[in-house]
Ligand binder design. Structure first.
Ligand code: HEM
Ligand SMILES: [Cu+2]
Length: 537
């Protein structure tokens, strides 16, 4: 095979469908995920486009209200369960974690492949649900509407989410075992890259939280199909129980989305400021703290659901605590930048975007966690703006930053930096134009989830739709230059950024088994300067 100049790597080591569809190489599986989540991203984006077009005018004139309900539900379901939750862990985590710990693969390569198939199967159910008319309950599936009243494809979509949940659980399991058991000699816990710490914490949430959402959507399906009284009061059930179960997973799930992005930003800040992270152990432990405290705050979604005021106060207080480890990260990134020799390469632009936008998203989360404020703002566009600042401004910026940073490693090619900077700017401007007006219009009282609205809100909605158009173009540009780069861009070399870390010490693209010899680690893997090591393990 390897007769030509190109050395054997994971990409040219076997061609043909079977070598991909039956692969056990974590790097190939990462690419399988990359293709499939990208497809879901554009499907979810298509629904978003239709939502924004409908909202250009106050009347429900493009689609009927019932269709509108299906559009925003499918948008949420696809983006949350099939794009954001798998995005960074399944693509970048899968590709990088074994390399970052100095291993040949994840602990369970076959289970890794299985988790991709499970993901695809769950996705197919959801696509069938979408094609046959969609779901109209909102991504939150609130009962008893979902169990009794809705006549859309709740069971089909619910089963799709149930199945996909197992993919998440298996990925988390694989990461945890890999980090515990597969670290190279000398790679102690406190020498691990922060990207690995963030994924470790995320994996804990995946394993402990996902079973709860899985059983909850299954119970909705069971109640719908068999009329057992679980959530519907007319059958003797309790709808508030549904909300507790749903948010017990879905609040921690927001950290499944944001923690890996924080892991990416920690790497980017170090690489492009050429400095060791400020307060390594604080940043590492703040991931764990977020994972743990994140499980205790779900009640902030139930402030107006009939939960007792006392419970509301307690959940409000604990929600403030969860902001502390998030703030620790933001402060430590900022302190790392201080006096660093910062270069403004495109991945770093996303990191800067993340830091600013996540801060806005997190702080508005605190507004909402304030009991009295939330009573005014609940179910308005303020909520939509809040969570898009964290999910898009945070998670997607982290994902794109990471994809740009590691693209040369993954493919062996650079991408056109000028276009990359332009796209990053485009996305930043488009994003803010889309979602900032929603804070205002939400505060003014525009409720979420309606196809029509009062005419005085139109100007904000026109701004949002204009922004969404710019944002959409911004997302298409990287698609084009990434595809173009595969054949036409210059070769990247092993370490184009001059960055530290085991992944930059092996060839690009990496060989199938990552390392020719097991690396022996003698210092923190991401040391840009000699520094005191923390902890001895
Ligand atoms: C500083 C930490 C955060 C706090 C204190 C916080 C607080 C809140 C509160 C109180 C709500 C409920 C508002 C309501 O419905 O009345 C909410 C909604 C939401 N938040 Fe956050 N949040 C935080 C971070 C995040 C992050 C990091 C994400 C995602 C990556 C996120 C995603 C969401 C989503 C998706 C919703 C709306 C769910 C829905 O009703 O559809 N939040 N947040
Ligand atoms: Cu929450």
């Amino acid at each position: 095979m390897a007769t030509t100049a190109a050395p054997l790597n994971y990409l040219n080591n076997g061609y043909g469908a079977a070598s991909w569809l039956l692969t056990r190489d974590h790097k190939r599986i990462a690419l399988l995920y990359l293709y499939s989540i990208t497809a879901f991203f554009f499907l979810g984006g298509f629904f978003a486009l239709l939502i924004r077009l409908e909202l250009l005018t106050p009347a429900a004139d493009m689609v009927a209200p019932d269709m509108y309900n299906r559009l925003f539900t499918m948008h949420g379901v696809v983006m949350v369960f099939f794009f954001l939750i798998p995005s960074i862990p399944a693509v970048l985590g899968n590709f990088l974690i074994p390399i970052m710990v100095g291993a040949k693969d994840l602990a369970f390569p076959r289970i890794n492949l299985l988790s991709w198939y499970i993901y695809v199967l769950g996705g197919l159910f959801t696509i069938v649900a979408a094609i046959s008319g969609g779901v109209d309950t909102g991504w939150t599936f609130y009962a008893p509407y979902s169990t009794s009243a809705s006549n859309s494809h709740v069971i089909l979509a619910g089963v799709g989410i149930f199945i996909t949940g197992f993919s998440s659980i298996l990925t988390g399991l694989n990461f945890i075992v890999t980090v515990h058991r597969m670290r190279a000699p000398g790679l102690t816990w406190f020498r691990l890259p922060l990207f690995v710490w963030a994924h470790y914490a995320t994996s804990l949430i995946m394993i402990l939280g996902t079973p709860v959402i899985a059983i909850t959507v299954l119970l909705v399906a069971v109640e719908r199909g068999l009329h057992l009284g679980i959530f519907d009061p007319a059958l003797g059930g309790d709808p508030i129980l549904f909300q507790h179960l749903f948010w017990f997973y879905s609040h921690p799930a927001v950290y499944i989305m944001i923690l890996p992005a924080m892991g990416v930003v920690s790497e980017l800040v170090q690489a492009f400021a050429r400095k060791n992270i400020f307060g390594y152990s604080f940043v590492a432990f703040s991931s764990l703290a977020i994972a743990v405290i994140g499980f205790l705050v779900w009640g902030h979604h139930l402030f107006v659901a009939g939960q007792s005021t006392y419970a509301g106060l307690v959940f409000s207080l604990i929600s403030f605590f969860v902001a502390i480890p998030s703030a620790v990260k933001v402060f430590n990134w900022t302190a790392t930048l201080y006096k660093g020799s910062v270069s403004w390469d495109s991945p770093m632009l996303y990191a800067f975007g993340f830091i600013g936008l996540f801060t806005i998203g997190g702080l508005t989360g605190l507004f909402l966690a304030t009991l009295g404020m939330d009573i005014h703002m609940h179910d308005t566009y303020f909520i939509i703006a809040h969570f898009h600042y964290v999910m898009v401004g945070g998670a997607i910026f982290g994902y794109l930053g990471g994809l740009h940073y590691w693209w040369p490693k993954i493919t062996g090619r650079m991408y056109p930096e000028g276009w990359a900077k332009f796209a990053a700017l485009n996305i930043f401007v488009g994003f803010n134009l889309t979602f900032f007006p929603q804070f205002i219009v939400g505060y003014l009282g525009m409720p979420r989830r309606y196809a029509m609205y009062a005419p005085e809100f139109q100007v904000y909605n026109v701004l949002s739709t204009a922004g969404a158009t710019i944002l959409g173009v911004g997302y298409l540009i990287p698609m084009i230059y990434f595809a173009w780069s595969l054949k036409h861009a210059p070769r990247a070399g092993d370490n184009p950024w001059g960055a530290r870390g085991l992944e930059w010490e092996i060839p690009s693209p990496p060989p199938t088994e990552n390392f020719t010899a097991t690396p022996i680690v003698t210092e923190g893997t991401h040391q840009y300067a000699p520094s005191r090591e923390v902890g001895i393990v």
